[in-house]
Design a protein around this ligand. Sequence first.
Ligand code: NDP
Ligand code: ZN
Length: 370
Amino acid sequence: AKVNYPEEFAGFAITDTKDWNKPKYITYKPKTFGENDIDIEIECCGLCGSDIMTAKGGDHGWGSITLPQVVGHEIIGKVVKIGSKVTLHKLGDRVGLGAQAFACLNCNRCHNGNEQYCANGVTTYDGKYPDGYISQGGYASHVRAHEYMCFPIPEKLQSIHAASLCCAGLTVFSPLKRYIPKNLPNNEIPKVAIVGLGGLGHLAVQFCKALGADAYVFSRTDSKKAQSFELGAKGFIATGIDGWEKEYFDQFDLILNCAIGLSGLNIDAFLSILKVEGRFCSVGLPAADEKYNVSPFTFFGNGSCLCSSALGSREEAVELFNLAAENNIVPWVETIPISEEGCETALTRAWDGDVRYRFVFTEFDKAFGT
Ligand code: NDP
Ligand code: ZN
């Protein structure tokens, strides 16, 4: 089918959370075009763990969603329309869009390089604009977003690789950049624990190296050991065996938790491997009904702390794309042509952990006649 752009966009949408892995082809009206908006004709889009948690909705996902819902927020494509006030992009540019489509750019947070925490921000999918329009994401022919949320992509990066950097890459780069300690005594190299080797985790390992830190992968089983070293890790620890933490007491400056679930995470054990005042930062977001189980005495033991981090800023995104281009940071991806069948295969396999380490949907021109 040929999409009837610009009146309509077309995409593959979740129509029922019970069928979270079976998106259906739909067409829909885009949001009202704003003077700072751009339209992107999509070339490829990565599959993020968040797509799955959103699609599952109230069924062990992040909670209820608006249906039909087109997910996808690791988008690369070509600018095909620009608003009258757009200054950051030109028609024909290749750009990327991550998990955020709008911020007010006028509040304290936006003014301080923290627009990812803007209280009026709108996510790329299932986010609500002031006029009530619900955003739709990147398993689609096109996406419309504020120019500020769209990133220039260095020529050196292939689109299928740049895609996953838009969400997975930025989400790990921002806390690593902010929280890896600088100037440790005796020029010690910072030690960072990366928990959960999936789409986010395998990029975190690569970014640690580029940021001058040693990454140690903590994974539930031994199955990703060899690949962890290939990615540049300094060490590998399987956390399936009770007592694994004893050997690592007081060794880590930072823990970045990239796991999508909590069942395989012993938080008390992880906190015990931190140095005094170390930080356990979680970018992983489990199902809405899961809660941390951790004793205050654990923090008492080393003055450690527990926090989360959301996405990253535009400034950090621009820095990360340049760093990736310079340091040859390349997501390990498996491409799959976008279609109802392709979406089902990729969503199912990603949820089963059967991908090393990211799916990227391709051949959008064939699916949407763009
Ligand atoms: P993946 O599925 O690619 O990777 C998740 C990893 O988590 C797996 O590879 C596995 O690692 C580990 N894992 C899976 N199940 C469990 C469990 N029950 N207990 C402990 N560990 C588990 O997901 P992504 O990398 O795409 O996403 C990771 C998380 O980050 C998701 O929750 C996602 O929603 C969230 N996210 C957060 C963002 C933010 O802004 N904070 C932005 C983007 C994503 P192993 O086999 O090595 O143990
Ligand atoms: Zn994401």
